[in-house]
Design a protein around this ligand. Structure first.
Ligand SMILES: [Zn+2]
Length: 280
């Protein structure tokens, strides 16, 4: 217990020096970082489309870190800020236009492109489960300085409009990293494992909860090294690259969710630092 406490004090002091934030980029599938209250005031509650959003204490302000859905239209979006006394006000941000490219792929397993009746049933059940997982909101403040989960070439960027075997499918909800089967997959940041299993499209998959609605997903794995409920540190080897689920070959599919919306994981790798006063 004593060791744990010392550990947390050290963590707290080091995090007080500098916080790495993801990149503020208000494209559909991007992130909006908005100052919602002075950091001297008590922690407010912030919501976007009726869902709670991640909130961190910056040097001068409480900052809301909002995930913008890929489906969002260009224009103004609004957030609601409620202070400790229950008084609410709104702030807005502008979603800028962005054109994602198209990617055409050929999948050998035709049932993964046009699923049969039995597979459709399975997909329906898994859709509900996946929706629940990506909307997990735990109170723990999130670790924001993500690391790349595995080494390898970027083989499929986030947001690509996908044409599979000539048929239009959902846009790409994460980034693909080409890597051979068996290469280690690491946790992007400290987290709690909220799901491990095999799903129709993702194959063997792990969901990590980093806190405050920040979730990451690692798909198509050949091996899973962690269990549901386990706490992992950043960089912990959680599994191995594979080619399970809907794939053209071995790679890691990595998704990042904020307030239930899949956002471009690259924004978590191109971060900028906001300085905080030491010991504050
Ligand atoms: Zn992918």
């Amino acid at each position: 217990m004593k060791i744990n406490l010392t550990f947390f004090i050290i963590l707290y002091l080091s995090s007080a020096v500098a916080i790495a934030f993801p990149q503020n980029n208000t494209k559909p599938g991007g992130i909006a970082i908005i100052a919602v209250a002075p950091s001297t005031s008590s922690k407010p509650f912030v919501s976007y489309h009726k869902k709670p959003v991640a909130l961190v204490k910056g040097r001068t302000n409480w900052l809301a870190i909002i995930g913008i859905s890929l489906k969002t239209k260009t224009g103004a979006e609004h957030i609601t800020i409620r202070d400790k006394r229950g008084k609410t006000h709104h702030k807005s941000f502008k979603v800028k236009p962005y054109k994602y490219r198209t990617q055409r792929l050929t999948i050998k397993d035709k049932n993964k492109v046009t699923p049969n009746k039995k597979s459709q049933q399975r997909i329906k059940h898994e859709f509900i489960l996946k929706n629940k997982l990506k909307n997990t909101f735990s109170k723990k403040p999130p670790q924001l300085n993500f690391i790349r989960p595995t080494s390898g070439r970027d083989s499929g960027r986030f947001g690509l409009r996908r044409i599979l075997n000539g048929k239009k499918r959902n846009p790409h909800s994460g980034m693909d990293i080409a890597a051979p089967s068996g290469r280690a997959v690491k946790a992007s940041a400290a987290a709690k494992v909220i799901f491990v299993g095999n799903l129709f499209f993702t194959g063997n998959v792990i969901y990590l909860d980093h806190g405050n609605g920040l979730i990451s997903l690692y798909a198509h794995l050949s091996k899973i090294n962690v269990k549901k409920g386990q706490h992992v540190k950043q960089g912990k080897i959680i599994g191995k690259v594979g080619k399970t689920g809907r794939v053209t070959g071995a790679h890691l599919h990595w998704s990042v969710y904020l307030n239930g919306n899949a956002i471009d994981p690259v924004l978590f790798l191109q971060k900028h630092k906001i300085r905080k006063k030491r010991g504050k």
